[in-house]
Design a protein around this ligand. Structure first.
Ligand code: COA
Length: 272
């Protein structure tokens, strides 16, 4: 537990992509601080084990299988959450897709798949959650990235999607501030024990990333969870429209690691 155990007592959250990785950790952190948590994912088998872990923390927990690309499924996930918990205070948009692929090899469907999940999925969720968040005020937290802060090779699709997510964070912070809704983001760097690191940091890239990171390690899921607890709670009561970078300072040095990145892209291509 990172903060007072009752930090989020009587709050209800919906976390997309909450069954695995960073968003599983984040969901457990919300629950450990008293929050009821609903999680969604495309794959039901990703959800039930995490739902049980959430429940074991003494809160109400719900698992809803569904694809954030489908507005009807999104509406249903929000409705089921509100039915179960009677309210919605916190929406975390974590569902994402990624793979390494240079722009010249990217098919229209490949580009579209990632934009549909990361960017349009975030929009669909925000749109569906708004009427409920409006009732008492609330929080939206969008999981972003740092890839688009510079030109990350083989990440055009995700860079475009996450740049859009950051724009959405800022515009909604402006439009929804009057409803008492704060809209923020977190941009994690490489986080150990996640699908992202398994997919993206192949070959020599992992060691090079640690070397280039000012804090000299990969991030931990807990690093992201602590930032999320801050942004989702009243500790951040006057913070809206920001995307907090949680990467040990890596993005500041990343332009110098192009060589290692090129090697990782080549290694991924050989593996495919
Ligand atoms: N390189 C190039 N193109 C790829 C690819 C890769 N490694 N992986 C998928 N694609 C392309 C597919 O070929 C397809 O394009 P096409 O129809 O022109 O052939 C398109 O992307 C959609 O792929 P598909 O597998 O049909 O879509 P999906 O909806 O099942 O999968 C993805 C979505 C593509 C994002 C998939 O990578 C995924 O589900 N990932 C799991 C979650 C994840 O990535 N987590 C990591 C977060 S950092």
């Amino acid at each position: 537990m990172s903060f007072q155990p009752d930090l989020l007592k009587r709050k209800a959250a919906l976390v997309t992509g909450g069954g695995t990785g960073i968003c599983r950790g984040l969901s457990l952190a919300l629950a450990a601080h008293g929050c009821d948590v609903a999680i969604t994912s495309r794959r039901a088998e990703h959800l039930e084990p995490t739902r049980r872990e959430l429940e074991a923390l003494g809160v109400r927990a719900l698992a809803v299988a569904g694809d954030v690309r489908d507005p009807a499924a999104v509406d249903a996930a929000v409705a089921r959450t509100v039915d179960a918990f009677g309210r919605l205070d916190i929406l975390v948009n974590g569902a994402a897709g990624n793979f390494l692929c240079r722009a010249e090899d990217l098919s229209p469907n490949a580009f579209g798949a990632v934009v549909d999940i990361d960017l349009k999925g975030t929009f669909h969720m925000c749109r569906a959650a708004l009427p409920h968040l409006k009732k008492q005020g609330g929080v939206v937290l969008n999981i972003s990235a740092t890839l688009h802060y510079f030109g990350t090779a083989a990440q055009l699709h995700v860079s475009a999607a996450k740049a859009g997510v950051d724009a959405l964070t800022r515009v909604l912070a402006v439009e929804w501030g009057e409803y008492g809704i704060r809209v923020n983001g977190i941009a994690p760097g490489p986080i150990a024990d996640t699908e992202g690191v398994r997919r993206l940091l192949v070959g020599p890239a992992k060691d090079r990333v640690v070397e280039m990171t000012p804090l000299r390690r990969l991030g931990a899921i807990d690093d992201v969870s602590k930032a999320a607890l801050y942004l989702c709670s009243d500790l951040a009561s006057f913070v809206s429209g920001v995307t907090l970078v949680v990467d040990g300072g890596l993005w500041l040095t990343s332009s110098r690691m192009a060589e290692a990145w090129d090697a990782a892209v080549a290694a991924a291509k050989n593996q495919a």
